[in-house]
Structures are given as structure tokens and as C-alpha cells.
Design a protein around this ligand. Structure first.
Ligand code: NZQ
Ligand code: ZN
Length: 402
């Protein structure tokens, strides 16, 4: 096992009805709060009205910055920071999925950041590294979508549409002060968003499970538990959208998948690094960009880590290994996983996303620019080269001739 330092200061208020306590939770953070959410609130409008009412009851002056687009752009972050500075905001509340929460986090840091906000973002940029922010406004996160886990981590994923890049800010000051994780807020989530969220949560642990260190049995058990919980409960939530228990289990699994507990010392996310390019080049939703790649990734790299894939088949996909060759068990596990993704309604190929074979070199070049390390490989165990990526993307069944 690798050595690690672990720190996570986020106070979690979990459970149905927790939104009611937001006034109390926020009142320690100041008198002027800014709610950051989507341009089009849709079904979240009534949640937002309740939130604002509860804050006002505690004498808090509420400002709103409803400009977060899916995969928030760095220009939005700069605007939001200016808005907070102009209005002397004391604290920020992110209401929404990863896009709204990450916008809230990046804005909170950009308020104090000296220089261009994009410099906060980690990106190889031909060896130019990020200068992470050191200070941010205090934040509260309220996720009505159980996916990114942003509510309890120190990451904010930001896009730069002008550069066609997507990468992340990683800084201790991005830990929210509190997360209000209320499964009642997820009841309005449409089926497709519910399924994309499940794919994202699974990916956060699956990637480390199949690409990370050996000899970390506790981490692997935790990862397996998260994957099984998501698989079982997404079926329930899709069949009965009002099933609050299933929604609660999906939310807690999503938070635990990426708050550091499941994978300390082992943080490989190579599939995310490729998926981010599908978003920046083709505007694909985050969860769908991952589901389209996961089966191909597993088929391409299964022979490099047979024990990991065998355990995945048996412990996560519940394949009965009795009397079967190891390779047959592995293949059955991957097939069951691909079928699961299909059944919940997310794409399992590039073709379904309209991504053509001729787009593969540009995707690889994007991954290289942002995510390859100094040795020109994608960090994971074992590392992945540009040629490996080409094979994997071809296995992901793009549209048109390869
Ligand atoms: O605009 P509408 O149609 O209303 O749809 C919203 C939103 O646009 C809808 N939605 C959210 N909550 C809802 C709801 N609809 C009905 N009821 C509700 N309760 O969902 C749409 C998608 O939201 P978005 O915030 O974009 O989704 P997600 O949570 O998947 O976030 C994706 C972003 O998070 C980043 C991704 O890269 C992407 O930018 N990530 C952040 C991470 C982090 N900070 O640690 C890690 C992740 O791996 C991820 O990279
Ligand atoms: Zn993700």
C-alpha cells in the first residue's frame, strides 16, 4: 500500500429533510450569502425558493448567481467571482450537480485569486502547471444529483471552451464547510440523469479498482461495496423513482466514492481523463462519456490485471466462478457490466454518442496535452500509452470506418 496523508474536514448533514436545517448551518458563515446554480433551474426552482426562504428567516441577505452551465466554463467562474466581490459576499452555496457545485467552488477560490482564474486549473499545457488557490470563501454544497461527490471533496472540474480543454482545480481550500445531502431533492431527477449519475459514481471507484495498486484489500472491499450499492439501488430508483431509500443509498454511495475514504493513496482516474475530452470536444454529458468508455477500457486492458477483473466479476457482478476458466469469468463479468449499463439506459459505445473514428486522434491529443505525465503516458497501473488509447477508443466502437 502507498503511504498517504488523509484530511477531510467537511461536515455532512445527511438524510431526508435536512434542507430544513440550512438556515442554522449557514448562519455561522456570515450575513451575505450567494447561491450558485444553473441558468435554467427547471425542477430545482421550488427547492431554490425554499432554500432562499430558509436563509432569509435567519436574517441572511441572499444573492443569486444562476449562471452555471453544464461543465462550467472558466469565463463563468470569472464572472461569478466578480459578482461575489462586488456584493461583498461572505459565503457561497452550490445548489445542483457537479456543474453547479464546481462552479460555486471555483468562484469561491477565484474571489481571492491573484491572476487569471484558469491558472488555478491543473493542466499539463506543455509543462505549465497550475498554481492552486490557497484561499476561498466558505462554502456549503447541496447536491440534488448523486454523482460527482463534489460536496465532500477538494476538487472542482472546470472547462475552457476557448482552448477545448477540461481539467480540475485541486486545493485544500476547496473543501466545503458543510454538505447538505438530502435524498428528497433527488426525487425529481429524470431517469437518464439518474443513470448517468450511477455510471459516474461507479467509475470513480471502478477506475481505481482496475487501474490502481495491488494489496489494498480494505480499499478494494470498500470499492466493491460502493459499486454493488449503486448497481442494486439504481435499478430500484429507476423502477420506483419515489423510492427514498434507494435514492438515499445512491447519494451516500456517490459521496463515499470520491471523498477520499474508498481509495486513500491510490487516485488513478485514467478513464475520466479520456472522458473529459469527449465532453470538451463533443459536449457529451459527464456520466455518458464514462459509460461509453468503461466496457471498452475493460475489454482492452483486462489481460494486464486478471486478478482485479476476476474479483470484479465475482464480487461486484456476482458471476458464479465454479467450473469456469479465469478468462471466461472475466469476460462474463465485463459482459454483465455492459448489459447493466445498457439496461439502465446509458451509452456503451462512441457510436451511440455520434463520435466518429476520424475523431480519435484529436481525442488522444487532448488527453496527451492535459493528462499525460512527463514520461508521455497516462498515469495508472500499468501506465497507458497513446497507442493503448488508440486501441481502446477503437474498441469503444466509434461511428464510421476505423
Ligand atoms: O438543466 P436541467 O435540465 O434542469 O438539468 C439539470 C442539470 O443540467 C439536472 N438536474 C440536477 N439535479 C436535478 C436535475 N434535474 C432534475 N432534478 C434534480 N434534482 O442535471 C443536469 C446535469 O447536471 P450537472 O451538474 O451537469 O451533472 P453532474 O452532477 O453529472 O456534474 C457534471 C460535472 O461535474 C464534474 C464533471 O466533469 C462535470 O463538469 N465532475 C466533478 C467532480 C468533482 N468535483 O469531484 C468529479 C467528477 O468526476 C466530475 O468530473
Ligand atoms: Zn466523474
Amino acid at each position: 500500500m502507498n503511504n498517504f496523508d488523509f484530511y477531510n474536514p467537511v461536515r455532512v448533514h445527511f438524510g431526508a429533510g435536512q434542507l430544513e436545517n440550512i438556515g442554522e448551518i449557514a448562519s455561522g458563515l456570515g450575513r451575505r450569502g450567494c447561491v450558485v446554480s444553473y441558468k435554467d433551474l427547471g425542477p430545482l426552482e421550488s427547492v431554490c425558493d425554499r432554500l432562499i426562504g430558509l436563509l432569509k428567516q435567519k436574517g441572511i441577505t441572499v444573492f443569486t448567481f444562476f449562471n452555471a452551465e453544464p461543465n462550467p466554463d472558466i469565463s463563468t467562474i470569472e464572472l461569478g467571482a466578480e459578482f461575489c466581490r462586488d456584493n461583498s459576499i461572505d459565503f457561497v452555496i452550490g445548489l445542483g450537480g457537479g456543474s453547479a457545485m464546481d462552479a460555486a467552488k471555483a468562484i469561491s477560490a477565484a474571489v481571492y485569486y491573484d491572476g487569471e482564474a484558469w491558472n488555478m486549473v491543473y493542466s499539463r499545457h506543455d509543462e505549465v502547471k497550475a498554481v492552486p488557490p490557497e484561499k476561498a470563501l466558505p462554502m456549503i454544497m447541496i447536491p440534488p444529483l448523486p454523482a460527482t461527490g463534489s460536496e465532500m471533496n477538494q476538487c472542482s472540474v472546470v472547462s475552457n471552451r476557448a482552448l477545448k480543454e477540461k481539467s480540475y482545480i485541486w486545493a485544500e481550500c476547496l473543501y466545503p464547510k458543510a454538505a447538505v445531502i438530502d435524498p428528497e431533492l433527488t426525487l425529481t431527477l429524470p431517469s437518464y440523469q439518474t443513470a448517468c449519475a450511477a455510471a459516474d459514481s461507479i467509475s470513480h471507484v471502478l477506475e481505481i479498482y482496475i487501474n490502481g495498486e495491488e494489496d489494498t484489500p480494505l480499499q478494494h472491499s470498500f470499492q466493491e461495496g460502493i459499486m454493488r450499492t449503486v448497481i442494486d439501488n439504481v435499478h430500484l430508483a429507476l423502477a420506483e423513482p419515489g423510492n427514498i431509500n434507494a435514492r438515499a443509498n445512491l447519494q451516500w454511495a456517490a459521496t463515499c466514492a470520491i471523498n477520499g475514504w474508498a481509495s486513500p493513496g491510490d487516485a488513478w482516474t485514467p478513464i475520466h481523463q479520456v472522458a473529459h475530452n469527449l465532453t470538451s470536444l463533443y459536449g457529451i454529458a459527464h456520466g455518458a462519456s464514462l459509460s461509453a468508455l468503461m466496457p471498452a477500457w475493460m475489454k482492452t486492458f483486462k489481460s494486464r490485471r486478471t486478478s482485479r477483473y476476476f474479483n470484479f466479476a465475482v464480487n461486484v457482478m456476482r458471476v458464479n466462478p465454479e467450473g469456469k476458466e479465469e478468462t471466461a469469468v472475466i469476460d462474463e463479468g465485463i459482459k454483465k457490466f455492459e448489459d447493466f449499463l445498457r439496461v439502465i439506459g446509458v451509452p456503451v459505445s462512441l457510436k451511440e454518442l455520434g463520435i466518429p473514428a476520424r475523431g480519435i486522434p484529436e481525442i488522444i491529443s487532448g488527453v496527451r496535452t492535459v493528462s499525460f505525465n512527463g514520461e508521455d503516458v497516462l498515469s495508472c497501473n500499468p501506465p497507458v500509452t497513446a497507442e493503448d488509447l488508440r486501441l481502446m477508443l477503437e474498441n469503444a466502437d466509434p461511428a464510421g470506418e476505423i
